[in-house]
Design a protein around this ligand. Structure first.
Ligand code: CKP
Ligand code: MG
Length: 311
């Protein structure tokens, strides 16, 4: 595998109307989860990628496994448990285009993930480990797993890509910031959104956020700026890469698309600016489509977007 990632994926129910959920009668069933979104994005771009989780021994667990595997991701290290259910969440589309999510994931199957669930030789042979700040928020054993995977990745000379993906609905500990900074300090690439960067560093400007996070020792920091594109900085380069024009339909999943595009750029050995541009392009394509993974592009679609032939 070129890339290994892991985390919780859930069944996603989105209301079929722009109404508060109490007035919605029908829901579309899809699946989502930041890390499997990234894995699917990479597989669609032609990379070899493995994703694992702990799923409930239930219909939704089987549905998630089939969905991720069906997109070409290696799910051979996925685990099942009968001790807890597969999680679900609901997406509410509000008037004015805002989106709200409601999780039903407390004490879920994935929250039982622990360090021993990692197949160490499977990870050690990869080139890149992708982790997000969602997994460590799920439970103490999930946090231990993330730390263990990052340490093993470092010992095995993998590049670690860390997306803080701060979910306030999940974090309930006073040391949230320290934990996220601890994880960031083990990464080669840190990919915060502007708000996340502000929370982690106390700075508001992308340049200052990047400067602060670079002190933790990564090779580069890439601050995602939504419609404004992204700012990147390493010890030797920096710059802002504008986003691609797109009509926003559903912003959820954009950050994962961005991560998939960026990792694809790393695997292609592109320079930072090019990898960030590729990341912007995947993110833009994803927000133009309803669903977290449905919009993830093939390599051909991505090339068209990057050459300005579609928007
Ligand atoms: O930061 P993004 O909008 O790209 O992340 C979206 C994903 O894993 C979504 O698929 C959801 O399942 C989640 O983040 C989450 O746990 O919030
Ligand atoms: Mg995100």
């Amino acid at each position: 595998m070129e890339v290994v990632t892991f985390g919780e994926s859930m069944v996603l129910f989105s209301g079929d109307q722009n109404l508060p959920l109490e007035y919605v009668h029908q829901f579309n069933k899809q699946m989502a989860g930041a890390e499997s979104n990234v894995a699917i994005g990479l597989a669609k771009l032609g990379h070899s990628v493995g994703w694992f989780s702990k799923l409930g021994q239930d219909a939704f667990g089987r549905y998630i496994l089939q969905s991720v595997r069906g997109q070409g991701v290696d799910t051979s290290r996925c685990l099942f448990t009968d001790k807890a259910p597969t999680a679900v969440f609901f997406k509410e589309r509000q008037s004015g285009g805002r989106t709200q999510v409601y999780y039903y994931r407390y004490e879920s199957a994935a929250s039982l993930l622990k360090p021993e669930d990692l197949d160490e030789s499977y990870l050690a042979q990869a080139k890149i480990l992708h982790v997000t700040g969602i997994t460590p928020a799920l439970s103490p054993s999930c946090l231990e797993l993330v730390l263990h995977a990052m340490d093993l990745a470092k010992r095995s000379h993998l590049s670690v890509v860390f997306d803080p993906n701060i979910r306030w609905k999940l974090w309930n500990r006073p040391d949230t910031k320290q934990i996220l900074l601890e994880l960031a300090s083990r990464a080669n690439y840190i990919l915060p959104g502007l708000d996340e960067g502000e929370f982690l560093t106390g700075q508001k400007e992308p340049e200052k956020i990047a400067e602060e996070l670079l002190k933790l020792g990564p090779e580069a920091v890439i601050v995602k700026l939504g419609k404004e594109g992204a700012y990147y900085q390493s010890l030797t380069e920096k710059g802002c890469i504008p986003s691609y024009p797109v009509q926003e339909i559903d912003p959820v999943g954009a950050g994962d698309g961005f991560a998939a595009g960026f990792i694809s750029g790393l695997l292609r050995q592109e320079d930072l600016a090019m990898a960030v541009s590729r990341a912007n392009a995947v993110g833009a394509i994803v927000v133009g489509v309803n669903g977290d993974t449905e919009g993830l592009p093939s390599d051909e679609e991505l090339t068209l977007m990057m050459s300005g032939q579609v928007n």
